[in-house]
Design a protein around this ligand. Structure first.
Ligand code: ADP
Ligand code: MG
Length: 231
């Protein structure tokens, strides 16, 4: 970790970021003038009803989409946002590859990023250990519960030690108990990496696990004061 990051450099900064889909009469303003920053070690819940712009903002912060107005920058990331493994992303469904076992699913993106096979397997095994799912290493996706599969997806997102972790309704398809286990795994693994974490959710139980709350409604982001969002 660099001195700058230890000093709390912003991992991502959104400055008046907007995203409009389509044009003319059919244009949809999904996000309007979002200004926010995520620091190292931040634990942020991004809450808002369905269609409010949560995924749009997360995709912009992940570098998967570009704003149509305003800017997004990543001053504190150790490598370019496009560099594999710099940002870890967890989606609502685990989308594991059916023919690969858990360990292979986690190692696969590492191999794609150029890591040698042995090293990728070691990193995958370590991520599974940290998340408490080492016993699933040889299991195929079909053999896992939804919660187990989602913890594999968390390990996959974290195996490359990203500085920034973005999760889009990671417990949205799970019951309360399984969701709590997945959130435990996500928060614990993010803590170990000292990464920044943003979790989009409309589940108050999930939001309660985090330190800060951002609310979004109709594409407009509202940052609550720390006291209000604190546990
Ligand atoms: P949330 O994740 O909070 O449910 P989204 O960010 O997915 O909300 O969507 C915000 C708004 O933008 C919604 O009105 C949605 O229909 C619209 N939207 C999202 N993605 C697209 C797209 N690719 N094309 C057109 N409209 C979109
Ligand atoms: Mg969404």
């Amino acid at each position: 970790m660099t001195a700058e990051l230890r000093g709390g450099g912003d991992l991502v900064v959104c400055d008046g970021a907007s995203r409009t889909f389509g044009s003319g009469e059919s244009a949809v303003v999904a996000l309007q003038g979002a200004t926010c920053r995520v620091r190292r070690s931040a634990r942020i819940a991004l809450t808002g009803p369905s269609g409010s712009g949560k995924s749009t903002l997360l995709h912009l912060m992940a570098g998967l989409d570009r704003p149509t107005a305003g800017t997004i920058s990543w001053p504190g990331l150790p490598a370019s946002v496009d560099h594999p493994g710099t940002v870890g992303v967890v989606f609502q469904g685990p989308s594991l590859m059916p023919p690969l076992n858990a360990l292979e699913n986690i190692a696969y993106p590492l191999l794609l990023s150029g890591m040698a096979d042995g090293e990728a397997r070691r990193a995958a095994a370590q991520a599974m250990e940290q998340i408490g799912i080492a016993e699933l290493a040889g299991s195929l996706p079909d053999e896992m519960s939804g919660g187990q599969a989602q913890r594999v997806a968390v390990a996959r997102a974290l195996a490359a030690s990203p500085a920034l972790v973005l999760a889009d309704e990671p417990t949205g398809q799970l019951d309360h108990e399984a969701g709590a286990v997945v959130m435990d795994a996500l928060v614990r693994a993010t803590d170990l990496l000292d990464a920044g974490l943003v979790v989009a959710t409309h589940d108050p139980n999930v939001a309660a696990r985090l330190d800060e709350s951002w609310q979004i409604g109709d594409g407009r982001l509202r940052l609550l004061p720390l006291e209000a969002g604190a546990r």
